[in-house]
Design a protein. Structure first.
Lengths: 252, 252
DNA sequence: CGGCACGTTGAAGTGACTCAATTCGCGTGG
DNA sequence: CCACGCGAATTGAGTCACTTCAACGTGCCG
């Protein structure tokens, strides 16, 4: 698979797309072949750069190849609310194919590599391969399930639980797509940004993160999340990963 | 259209479905004809009854005919977090077609009438009519956009802003589907339930609602939301309805 | 009439926020 | 090599918004 630093080819990007869809859906050889006809454009994005902005009407959909992207709302008072974090294989703005206007922005948290697929090409793929269409659709449904979890996480829980929950979700997702190594995974967020994900001030994030570190649950260091005690972290997070829908039962 | 008290027929339910999809997508005569082949089952649900529970694997998808349904998470400590409120025409568990397990529950807030469509029937419809498939897909994408807004509403905002924002969203959606009359719409939530939507205690909800009432922004009375000053309510809510995607531009 | 759910109110407590100061890590230029 | 600068992390103190808990009012239905 593609490493940071090398320059991935469109073919490698399409491989990653096939793998991503394959995580939740079963694709036939024919479907795969149809997908491989896509010709994405591959780009490198600098740290903290917007890829698409609230209000845009993009004509491409993006896939993360390496690094981390994030979606966010900009509120009227200028504050930022991150909505989701995206790692290799993720399709953070797939919905833009069918919703004209972007209701949020998409940016790179660190340096990232992305593939851009023309809406037109994807639409013609969907027409040719209904199974692939359903795979994409299912992908967006899991995306939505994660948002639902985001509501619960940020509404009902203490500072420590919110942050622990975020850690659990990120680590689990990283392991699934294979960017974790051992008990750690990439986590290029500053404490300020963590606060903008879970709806807390930086001071509170700091103290809660310290608490998790002192309790030997997890810690962030040098842009990586280190899980020290998964059991205890999950307890602190009240983490129940059903919503990630990693089961394939009944997948088409 | 169907009124509370009468018993709607399957044909009327299907009419409502066509209308709902037509709000965001353009359907041909052929598509409509295909949709009308569906044979939903129509039921009346009592107040505060669960229709589907977290963990279930339903084989039908539900549409609201009248009344209000809500989706919610049950957290480990037994608390409830409402995720979305659903009115006539809404499809609150459409995702269950492609995600096996329910990651949340669905209940009726007041007495409600619903139509149940067999997954099998819907799947065969999707196969016959790709345009309808996209209409359904787009519907689930707007659903997701509303969840995103839910994250921002419940994370970043004051008590008054959260509640005002909820009011704005509900009223806007009620107007679109035609269940509002003048400046009021159904709103069968107790203050406890409002708190479980926006992540606040009942005491805070009470005081914030009073504040909105005293400022002549909006009030809830007898299960209805009355908007007293839309402009001011929107200001208090920081409401920007882009995310409801009411524009049809580029719809297939 | 009596019960019950819901709304309202007050008082005390607390978790999170704000603001400001200090420290740490690290790359950069002298 | 060291001084410097800068962004990020850390810490403390004071404040505030929201929570908790308990009491009381109110309307409705059996």
């Amino acid at each position: 698979m593609t490493k940071h630093g090398t320059h991935p080819t469109p073919a490698q990007a399409v491989d990653l797309l096939v793998r991503t869809l394959g995580l939740h859906s079963t694709l036939s050889i024919g479907d795969e072949r149809a997908i491989r006809k896509l010709h994405p454009r591959v780009d490198t994005i600098a740290r903290a750069t917007d890829i698409i902005s609230q209000g845009d009407r993009p004509d491409v959909a993006v896939m993360v190849i390496s690094g981390m992207l994030a979606r966010y709302h900009t509120t009227q008072d200028g504050n930022r609310q991150y909505l989701s974090l995206h790692i290799a294989g993720d399709l953070p703005d797939l919905q833009s194919i069918f919703l004209g206007i972007m209701d949020h922005s998409l940016c790179a948290l660190g340096k990232a590599q992305i593939a851009s697929f023309r809406h037109r090409e994807i639409l013609s793929l969907l027409k040719r391969s209904p199974t692939t269409a359903i795979a994409f659709w299912r992908y967006t449904l899991i995306d939505a399930a994660i948002f639902r979890q985001g509501i619960t996480r940020n509404s009902n829980r203490s500072a420590i639980a919110r942050i622990a929950n975020l850690f659990c979700e990120q680590f689990t997702r990283a392991r699934v797509v294979g960017v974790a190594s051992g008990w750690s995974c990439p986590f290029p967020l500053s404490q300020t940004q963590i606060g903008q994900v879970v709806g807390l001030s930086i001071a509170t994030v700091n103290r809660a993160a310290q608490s998790l570190r002192n309790d030997k649950c997890a810690q962030v260091r040098a842009g990586r999340l280190h899980v020290l005690n998964w059991r205890r972290l999950c307890e602190a997070a009240a983490f129940e990963p059903v919503y990630l829908h990693e089961d394939l039962a009944g997948a088409t």
